[in-house]
Design a protein around this ligand. Structure first.
Ligand SMILES: Cc1cc2nc3c(=O)[nH]c(=O)nc-3n(C[C@H](O)[C@H](O)[C@H](O)COP(=O)(O)OP(=O)(O)OC[C@H]3O[C@@H](n4cnc5c(N)ncnc54)[C@H](O)[C@@H]3O)c2cc1C
Length: 392
């Protein structure tokens, strides 16, 4: 595992005294990518993460072509490859007993602890300050002075300080835990949404999963993605019905049931303590910016994942917000910026999340979805369109 050296990290007290250009809350792919870009442009940048780094998180770790292109622009592709990222050339889809194996444009599989640490290291190297084990909360606009700056409360081990910044990026993922969950930042969560779960196991515990393949296994209670990743591990990530965890007793029991109904019996799954879980996956923020503050990545909204859409969207949002961050740093918040960011989020949601939404709705009815899979097998143009949408 790559060790993040938070050598540029200042004490909380020292942070209070700095006039930050941008404070970024959350060091997942969206936040760390934004920190690299901001410090690359010479902005005084603070990246804040609530967990201790390096950390795992619920994710299949598959990088599609769009994610790989973004990581290339951030200058970290070579490092990701040399850290042991595994190329994926084919997708094995199984819906109940219906199977298909398709060649896909080369994706890559990498553990989130590896990827996010490389990004944070790069952000530090380009000049960002990084602090982990610290939660950040954006103060409400009504509590703010009207001096064109915003305030963030940072908390670490019972100590709390206020830092002031020209711009704030909320990159705290699905939970958006760094902003108030009230009328100021309204959000919609779909009532029948599945939740995400994940664990890593040694690849020797499931020898049936070959190198270079992404397995997507769809059952009645959810779907499971399995692929080899760096460190000799197998990443098992799934979207499952939360009600099944209660009725079946535990997360591994739900996963075991899905795998068993698709004929996969030989996998030793770890006990429930080794699994991580997310809240409901399908949700969207109906407001994505407020004075000097923008939401990026999953904080904007999310649809149940299938392959590599989540990280590509998160990385794209970090790149897209940067012109406005630079404008705010040089000439302050301009009217219309909020609308520009809303327009971007709406356009991206409509185009990029349409496929995820369609797939998520189809595979809730696996018997019907199995017919769609057969049709894709028979009709090459349909298959090509599916592959393009899920892996590019
Ligand atoms: C089961 C599953 C499988 C998936 N598989 C894939 C896949 O194979 N490929 C793909 O591209 N995408 C996948 N995704 C989606 C992908 O994980 C997300 O889209 C992506 O991680 C979003 O990045 P982000 O930076 O917005 O948020 P995150 O990666 O969630 O990062 C948010 C960070 O903010 C931190 N944080 C939270 N609150 C605070 C706070 N108050 N202060 C400071 N820090 C805070 C968190 O600790 C976290 O580190 C999958 C998702 C799920 C659920």
């Amino acid at each position: 595992m790559i060790a993040v050296e938070p050598s540029r990290s200042l004490s909380l007290k020292a942070m209070e005294a700095i006039d930050w250009d941008v404070v970024i809350l959350g060091a997942g792919v969206a936040g760390a990518a934004a920190a690299i870009l901001a410090s690359h442009h010479g902005l005084q940048t603070l990246l804040v993460e609530s967990k201790g780094f390096p950390r795992e998180k619920v994710c299949g770790g598959c990088l599609n072509l769009r994610s790989q292109a973004s990581l290339d622009r951030l200058g970290v592709s070579a490092e990701i490859k040399s850290a042991g990222a595994i190329p994926i050339q084919s997708m094995r889809l199984q819906i109940l007993s219906t199977k298909a194996q398709w060649k896909v444009p080369t994706m890559m599989s990498v553990r989130r602890s590896t990827l996010d640490s490389i990004l944070v290291d790069r952000a530090i190297a380009t000049g960002s300050h990084f602090i982990d084990r610290t939660t950040g909360h954006v103060l409400a606009t009504s509590c703010e002075p009207t001096n064109g700056r915003r305030t963030v409360r940072l908390q670490q081990d019972g100590t709390s300080v206020l830092v002031s910044s020209k711009c704030i990026l909320v990159a705290s993922g699905l939970t958006r835990s760094s902003i108030r969950q009230d009328d100021q930042w309204p959000a919609k969560i779909e009532s029948n949404s599945r939740i995400g779960v994940q664990c890593l196991i040694p690849e020797s515990q499931a020898a049936c999963f070959a190198d270079g393949q992404l397995h997507m296994i769809v059952g009645r209670h959810g779907y499971v993605g399995i692929c080899k990743t760096d460190g000799g591990l197998l990443d098992i990530a799934a979207a499952i019905d939360p009600a099944c965890i209660q009725s079946m007793g535990s997360i591994p029991e739900v996963i075991r049931t899905i795998l068993r109904e698709c004929g996969h019996n030989g996998i030793e799954l770890p006990c429930k303590e080794h699994w991580m879980a997310t809240p409901s996956l399908t949700r969207c923020s109906t407001r994505v910016s407020d004075r000097n503050t923008f939401l990026i990545g999953d904080a904007i909204g999310y649809v149940e994942p299938f392959t590599g859409e989540g990280m590509s969207w998160a990385l794209a949002s970090a790149e897209a917000v940067m012109p406005m961050v630079l404008e705010i740093a040089s000439s302050g918040w301009q009217g219309g910026m909020g609308d520009r960011w809303n327009d971007w989020a709406l356009r991206e949601r409509i185009h990029k999340q349409r496929t995820c939404r369609w797939i998520a709705s189809q595979i809730r009815w696996p018997r019907g979805a199995a017919w769609v899979l057969r049709a894709c097998n028979w009709l090459p143009p349909l298959r090509a369109s599916f592959i393009r949408r899920t892996s590019q």
